[in-house]
Design a protein around this ligand. Sequence first.
Ligand code: SB7
Ligand code: NI
Length: 185
Amino acid sequence: MILMEHIVREGHAALRKRAEEVPFPLSKADHQLSEDLLNYVINSQNDDICEQYGLRPGIGLAAPQVDASKRIFALHITEEDREPLSIIAINPKIVSHSVEKTYLTAGEGCLSVDREVEGYVPRYARITIKAFDLEGKEFKKRLKGLAAIAFQHELDHLNGVMFYDHIDKDSPFKEIPNAIPFERE
Ligand code: SB7
Ligand code: NI
């Protein structure tokens, strides 16, 4: 089980490396890691489990955040009036994206960042993604809204990019051209 003490923080080299492609069939270790990532995000959205184990809530978690430099992340997103998204994405990629951008009006946070970083993080509003599941089967999805934002946040982790790299240093709340703001409930 992944706990907060297993999550590496800013300054750790794993967060700044390009993570390695994952070979199939998955090794036992990579299979376990994938399930552990998804279980963390699911558990972290349960108040009782959170309190019991001291977890910080998150909608996603990427392997480099637990010092595993592999191209794997998990997302678990349940939004009102939206189909829930609960996936393990292995060797994920964005195959196409909208011109239109979006950003969370409240900004982003990260389980590897123990401070508030204010500012708008520009993201593509809609993306089409491909990734492999635990069985090595490729899947394709169209994502928008929070799911699209979170996918891009996690994919960045696999490329050594942190959310605040995208924030305008001089003017963090400057309007993003071509963007529709996304308000999280
Ligand atoms: C806000 C939060 C996240 C994604 C997009 C917007 C995920 C936070 C948890 N993580 O640090 C996962 O990398
Ligand atoms: Ni993060």
